[in-house]
Design a protein around this ligand. Structure first.
Ligand SMILES: [Zn+2]
Length: 339
C-alpha cells in the first residue's frame, strides 16, 4: 500500500464523474466534539396497522395494499414526476427551463415491517432484485422515459419518513446530473480503449486487494478509491454488463448475496440499523447502443464514527469539494473484518 496516501493530505480523482475528493488522513486522529444523537434501536412489529406500506393497509389515496408476500410495487401517491404533465421549454436570455415528465414508483422489499435488507434472506433479496429488473425493463419501455433510477433512502437521518423496508424508482425523459457525468466519462473511455472503464478499474482493484470488502463469482463489493462518504461502498459486476437485465438468475442470486453481506457488515459496524442512500446507476433506456455503460450499485452512508456521529457536507464541501478524513483503505479494513 502507498503509505503517502495514509499520512498526507491529497486529492483523489473519481474516474466516473471527473470530480475530485480531498482526503485528510492526519485529521482522523483529532479529538471529536461533533454531534451526538440519541439512537433508536427500537424493536418494530412485523405488521404496523398505522403503516401505509404494510400489507392490507389503506394508503392516503384510499387504495388498499394487497396481501403481498414478496416485493410489492405501486405508483407513488406523491410523485415528484408526472407522466402527463405539460411539455414546454423556456429560453429567455440566461433563464433556461424545460418540462420534465416521468413515472415514480415505490417498491416494498418485504411485507415484514420489522425487517431491512440486512435482515432478509438472500432468496428474498433476490425477489427484490428480480422486481428491479422487471420495473427497469417495463418502465424503460415507455415512450419518453429515457432513464430509470432505482434507489433506497434508509433511516430517519436520511430523511426517510417510513421505517418499512422500501425503495423507490424514479424515471424521466432526460438524464439526471450524476448519470449524465458517468455517461460521458464512460463513453470517452470506451471510445478510446474499447473496454469498460469500470471493468478495467475493477481489474486494478482485484490485483491490489486494498479496497475489496467481499467478492463472489460474479460481483465485487469495494470502497472506491475516490469514495466521499466515510463508509461509501460500491457493488460492481465482474462481467461488463450495461444494465441489470444482463444478469441471469444465478447472477441475481449472487448480487443479492453481495447486498446481504454489505448491509450486514454495515449494521455490525456501529451496532445499529445503518442508514444510507443506495442506488443503481445503469444504461439509459433511450434505445441507443450504451455499450460503454457498466452498471453498479453505490451506497452512501452518513455515519462517521458511531451510531450517532454523522458526517455533514458543509463549509469547504459546499464551497470547494467533498473531503474525508478516514481513508478508503482503513474503512475497507474495518468493514472487511465484519463480513
Ligand atoms: Zn409497514
Amino acid at each position: 500500500m502507498n503509505t503517502d496516501l495514509q499520512d498526507f493530505s491529497h486529492k483523489r480523482y473519481n474516474i466516473l464523474t471527473g470530480e475530485w475528493v480531498l482526503v485528510s488522513p492526519h485529521r482522523a486522529k483529532r479529538p471529536w466534539q461533533g454531534q451526538n444523537e440519541a439512537t433508536s434501536n427500537e424493536i418494530r412489529p412485523a405488521h404496523d396497522p398505522t403503516c401505509y406500506l404494510c400489507a392490507g393497509n389503506t394508503r392516503i389515496n384510499g387504495e388498499i395494499n394487497p396481501d403481498y408476500k414478496n416485493a410489492f410495487v405501486f405508483t407513488n401517491d406523491f410523485a415528484a414526476l408526472q407522466k402527463d404533465s405539460k411539455t414546454f421549454k423556456i429560453n429567455d436570455g440566461l433563464l433556461q427551463a424545460q418540462s420534465e415528465t416521468g413515472i415514480c414508483k415505490v417498491i416494498c422489499f418485504s411485507p415484514d415491517h420489522s425487517k431491512s435488507l440486512a435482515d432478509m434472506a438472500i432468496e428474498s433479496i433476490q425477489k427484490v432484485v428480480e422486481t428491479w429488473q422487471y420495473e427497469y425493463e417495463n418502465i424503460g419501455k415507455n415512450e419518453g422515459i429515457n432513464y430509470v433510477q432505482i434507489f433506497e433512502n434508509k433511516g430517519a437521518v436520511m430523511g426517510c419518513s417510513n421505517p418499512h423496508p422500501h425503495g423507490q424508482i424514479w424515471s424521466q425523459s432526460t438524464l439526471p446530473n450524476e448519470v449524465d457525468k458517468k455517461d460521458k466519462h464512460q463513453q470517452v473511455y470506451f471510445n478510446k480503449n474499447k473496454t469498460s472503464l469500470l471493468g478495467d478499474y475493477l481489474q486494478q482493484e482485484l490485483e491490489k486487494q486494498e479496497r475489496i470488502i467481499f467478492e463472489n463469482d460474479s460481483f465485487v463489493v469495494l470502497i472506491p478509491f475516490w469514495a466521499v462518504w466515510p463508509f461509501e461502498a460500491m457493488i460492481v459486476p465482474k462481467k461488463h454488463q450495461k444494465d441489470i437485465l444482463c444478469m441471469n438468475g444465478e447472477e441475481a442470486s449472487l448480487f443479492a448475496e453481495a447486498i446481504s453481506v454489505l448491509t450486514k457488515a454495515y449494521d455490525a459496524l456501529f451496532n445499529t440499523s445503518f442508514p444510507y442512500s443506495s442506488g443503481i446507476h445503469q444504461a439509459p433506456t433511450n434505445n441507443e447502443d450504451n455499450s460503454h455503460w457498466h452498471w453498479h450499485m453505490s451506497f452512501y452512508p452518513p455515519l462517521l464514527r458511531s451510531a450517532t456521529v454523522k458526517k455533514f457536507m458543509v463549509g469547504y464541501e459546499m464551497f470547494g469539494s467533498p473531503q474525508r478524513d478516514i481513508t478508503a483503505e482503513i474503512a475497507t479494513q474495518r468493514l472487511k473484518e465484519l463480513t
